[in-house]
Write a protein that binds this ligand. Structure first.
Ligand SMILES: Nc1ncnc2c1ncn2[C@@H]1O[C@H](COP(=O)(O)OP(=O)(O)OP(=O)(O)O)[C@@H](O)[C@H]1O
Ligand SMILES: [Mg+2]
Length: 252
């Protein structure tokens, strides 16, 4: 049982798109150092929930609280400012820039994390050193930080995007299908990074269609069906993939 503080709480979230109710009275809680898996069939409302948590969408009803403070985000930058970073599938990395340059990209949108404090005084060499040390701290093994992102594998790019989020001070990271379309080795890189971040106290929302991945990294799994949360399961209670699939489809 995780006794860490609740870092992110959404309560009674309803979101409609015209006649479609994409989310219907959904509540979720995320604690420090916890991985919450979000699963559900196509159209279940997962991405809509990501949008609400990351500040990209405004809910019609319900509240979002970060570290116990209710927030109303007008845009993703406001969510980032209080420590919520979302790593989308397209990653928002610039392939023609190197790893270190990508870590510093869009820096003005980030909070006062480890790198934010020192940024103004840094030149390129110092910047590269900071990035190197940051990766070491989270046990991420990558090619030298001057390597262009275009030369990285999909898994290595994911690792850059995810680590960038925490280096800039985010303590809540939302990952939308982080291991989709990755090979076995690259998937391992991403999943083991999730485990290490968790050990550092980062709270993670992990969305995936792959039951094996969710079962490996998640402490709890919320199952969505047609806009409602139909189950919130502690993974340590011997949850099987088959049981989860049943909940997703309504067969269970
Ligand atoms: N911008 C939008 N305008 C209209 N309808 C939308 C919009 N975004 C989502 N919806 C609808 O809301 C419902 C939930 O969609 P959502 O994208 O959240 O599902 P999802 O669980 O992420 O599905 P998938 O696994 O396919 O990514 C769907 O019926 C979808 O068609
Ligand atoms: Mg989606």
């Amino acid at each position: 049982m995780n006794e860490q503080p609740v870092v992110l709480a959404v309560e009674g979230i309803t979101k409609r798109f015209g006649a479609v109710t994409a989310l219907n009275d959904v509540s979720l809680e995320l604690r420090a150092g916890e991985v919450l898996g979000l699963i559900g069939d196509n159209g279940a409302g997962k991405s809509t929930m990501v949008g609400v948590m990351s500040g990209a969408l405004r809910p019609d009803e319900g509240t979002v609280s970060v570290d116990g403070v209710e927030r109303s985000f007008a845009n993703p930058a406001e969510a980032r400012a209080v420590g919520i970073e979302t790593v989308f599938q397209n990653l928002a990395l610039v392939p023609t820039l190197n790893i270190a340059e990508n870590v510093f990209l869009r820096r003005e949108q980030y909070g006062p994390g480890m790198l934010g404090k020192t940024f103004h005084r840094m030149h390129k060499s110092a910047m590269r050193r900071e990035v190197r040390e940051g990766f070491e701290r989270f046990g991420v093994t990558l090619p030298p930080v001057r390597t262009k992102v275009s030369a990285l594998s999909g898994g290595q790019r994911q690792a850059v995007a995810i680590t960038r989020a925490v280096l800039w001070g985010s303590h809540i990271v939302i990952m939308d299908e982080p291991a989709a379309a990755l090979g076995v080795k690259q998937t391992e890189l991403v999943l083991s990074l999730v485990e290490r971040l968790k050990a550092h106290g980062v709270a993670i929302v992990f969305i995936s269609h792959n039951m094996q991945h969710v079962l490996r990294v998640a402490d709890r799994i919320a199952v969505f069906r047609l806009g409602r949360k139909v189950a919130d399961i502690d993974v340590h209670d011997q949850t099987t993939g088959a049981h989860l699939v049943g909940l997703m489809t309504g067969a269970a």
